[in-house]
Structure formats: C-alpha cells, structure tokens
Design a protein around this ligand. Sequence first.
Ligand code: BES
Ligand code: MN
Ligand code: ZN
Length: 497
Amino acid sequence: MTAKPTPMTKVTFEALGVEALATAEGRVAVVLSPDAKMDAAAQRINELTQGALERLVRMAATKDSADFKPGGVITLSVPANMAADALDVVCLSHSGSVEDARKAGAALAKVRGTADMLIAMGDIGHAAELGFGLVMRDYGFNAHKTDAKPAAGAVRIMCAKPEEVQAAAAPLMAVAEGAFFTRDLVNEPANVLTTTEFADRLKAMEDIGLKVEVLEEDALASLGMGSLLCVGQGSDSPSKVVVMHWNGGPEGEAPLALVGKGVVFDTGGISLKPGAGMEDMTMDMGGAGVVAGVMRALALRKAKANVIGLVGLVENMPSGNAVRPGDVVTSMKGDTIEVINTDAEGRLVLCDVMWYAQERFKPAGMIDLATLTGAIIIGLGHENAGVFSNDDDLCNAFLKSAATENEGAWRMPLGKAYDEQLKSRIADMKNVGGRPAGSITAAQFLKRFVKDEMPWIHLDIAGVASVKTDTTLAPKGATGWGVAALNRLVADKFESK
Ligand code: BES
Ligand code: MN
Ligand code: ZN
C-alpha cells in the first residue's frame, strides 16, 4: 500500500492589489489591528461593503466580543459588492507575538473549509508566521475515509515585502511538512504502518537528500541487541533499526543524535494491557515519528548541521515466541536485564539504539523521544512532555526552544536514589521500578545506557504525541509535538551560521 501524504495547504505571498479584494472568489480575510485602524485593503473592503466592515468591528468592540481578539474570527457572509462568499475579520496587533500570528492563521484555517482564501494583512508583521499557523492547523487525516473530498483551495496572503516574507516562510513550511509527516505516521493504524511499511516510508526520504540505512534482524543480532530484539520476537513483523543521516554541517563535526521509540503497536505483550483503550497504542511509535519529522524538516530546509536520526521499530505482541516475564536478556552494552513486565518495552528498545548511536557516531549530544510511560500523563497531563537531562546547558537550550515554539515541556528530576528500585535479584537490573515515580525510574533505566560526559535529554512524550481534543495548531489526534522545538534547537545550537 502506497500511502499518499496528507497534502499541505499551499500559501503564496503577494503585494497588495485592491482589485483582487472585489473579484476574489471563495473567502476574503482581512487582518485588523485591535484599534481597528483601516489600511488600504480594509478601506477598500469597507467601501465595497458600504461601511459594513466598520460597523462589524464597532459592534464587536462595544460588545467586548472575544471574536475580535487574537485567535478570534468574525465572519460576514455574502458581503456586498464582493465576489467572495464570506469576509473573515481577524485581529492582530502590529506588536503582536509570533504566537498570536500563528493563532490568527489557525483560526482562519478552521473557518476556511476547502474554499480558496485571500488574506489581506497590510503591513501588520509576521505574515509568514500567520501562514505557518494556518498550514499547521489545516490538517486532516483522511487516508481511510472513502468519502473524503480531494484537498482543495489555495491561500494567498497580501502583505508588505512579499519576497522577503516568502523567503522567511520557506523554512517554516519545511517544519510544517515535517510535522505533517510525523502526524501521518502517528495517526496511521498498525495494520498499515507495520515495521516494514515504516522503514519503507523512511527509506523514501532519500528523495529529499537524506541517507537512510535499514538494519534488519540478523544485523541487530550480530550487534548484540538482545534487549531490542526480545520486544519484537512475539510479532510476525520483523524488528528493524533505521538510521537517517543528514550531513549539512562541516565534514567530521560530531553530530547530534536523535533516537526514537518506534513500537508500531503495544499490546503489552504477555503482560497484556487491558482491552479498553488499547487501540490508542497505535501511537506508541510517536518518538520515532517525531525523529522522522525532524529529519524531514532539516533536509527540506537544508540545515547546516550534522544530525543522525535513529529509530527502533518493533511490535510488542503476545505469542508462543514472545518474551516472558522473568526472562533475562543481554543488551548491546553487555548489561543484563530481567524482564519483569513485558509492557515496559520502550526502554528495552531505546537502550540498545542509544548504545549503538553512541558507539557508532560519537555524537556531540543525544536526545531520545518516547511515548514511554503512562505515569508522565498522571504527572503532567497532555500539556507538557517530561524532560529529563544530565546536562543543564543542553536541557536549558531545549526548554527555551520548546517555549519559543509554544510546545509544552517541563523538566523532571533524575537521581541515584531511584536506582534502588531497578535492582534485580538475578540480573544487572530489572526493567520496571514499581509504581512510585514510574517516569523517573524509566528515565533512570535509560541513563544506564548513556556514556559518561554524553550530554543527553530524554523526552517522555506519552501525554503530548496524540491527544483527544483539538489544540491551537492541530486537530485532535497526532500533534507533531516536538518537530518545531527540535528543529529550532538544531538551528540555534547546532547550526553553523
Ligand atoms: N507505551 C506505554 C506508555 C503509554 C501509556 C504511552 C499511555 C501512551 C499512553 C508503555 O510501553 C507502557 O506500557 N508503560 C507502562 C510501564 C509500566 C509497565 C512500568 C505503563 O506506563 O504503564
Ligand atoms: Mn508498554
Ligand atoms: Zn509502549
């Protein structure tokens, strides 16, 4: 099955042309500052509609309406003397933040449907960011809807200095395309997104300039990845590790390594999960999905950095061959692990991929992402990912990137004392530490596979990778959380300027 990626709305930027405001079909949107001062485009629209725009905004202002605030939209249907079916008015101040501009764009995406849209922004800044917000919010996973309408409708934004804005928008659209790639992977059901299909979709990224290697089970066995391999041994789908290389930086410069948990479905294995809600475990490859999306964004915008993305792709199934509670496996590092609970499989996958990443690439830093624990959802809900790190500099840089991109991230503690909970009677460690501090003991387990002096961040994204309500920049389902933050971290900390 060849999956078609969810198409991205096409946004173009052009100089103000008052004629088009009257003749444009579909929808016309006008961006006004909170003082409702009318620029040339707004004045023209006001003339055409015989003062309706002015009345509309005045009415909204007297009612102290939430619609004429950042994030709100007021719609006037079938405006007089305009070919458009609707006139949408959004509010954004000249001094508005990037976040407000994205919100305004997202609000327009929600009202647009499949219509064409012409947006008059005048000289209010952040036109590229408004476009980014619109594109990010304009996502729908329709791969399995037989009645889905073909994607339609283009968006034009009239703004000052359109060439400059177009140039500023290009890297943002690369991030959006990366996030769409992540969302498509995370939303895809497990019968479609098998380990093989996942690896194939990553391999196809060679078309955009990445080098992609797929390591099969025999290679993983030769490397000694007994921990990773035990997770997939009950599944008919073969376990794989995929290595994506982006070498945009100076030759020989140590890369950043991004490592993702790619459990294409997590039944829990022999430690079977309860039936209710098990279908959500199609998203248990969310970490690998984000790594893939970041690599895509970096390649599309030709980032001047060396970054390696590694994902461990497995399926956690119960069967006659499945790993049992009580089994002892040997990791690539050589440490032995007593598998107490086959549902704590993510750490078993990550520890081998992390060790391999460090041995082979000697990275300058390593960041792993995983939908690792239900406990992080108890602690932080769906607003923040858990951030664990052994390096304050790298950690603070990431937290700053995440804050700039408005992607929730909250630092959690590590500590030697937690290691007590991982002691095994018969092996070097066990794979679970009991109920207390479940996310921290999981991170503490991973830390054993981080070399001394290796700057490292572990991101537990179980609560943020896929959510059941709409968010500002995404409809419910996969969010693509982390693609923008990690792209920014690379740009700000790893890219040669
Ligand atoms: N994939 C789950 C974690 C998860 C839970 C992700 C909910 C997304 C939403 C992970 O493999 C798991 O099962 N973790 C166990 C660990 C436990 C057995 C120590 C958990 O959180 O219950
Ligand atoms: Mn599990
Ligand atoms: Zn899992």
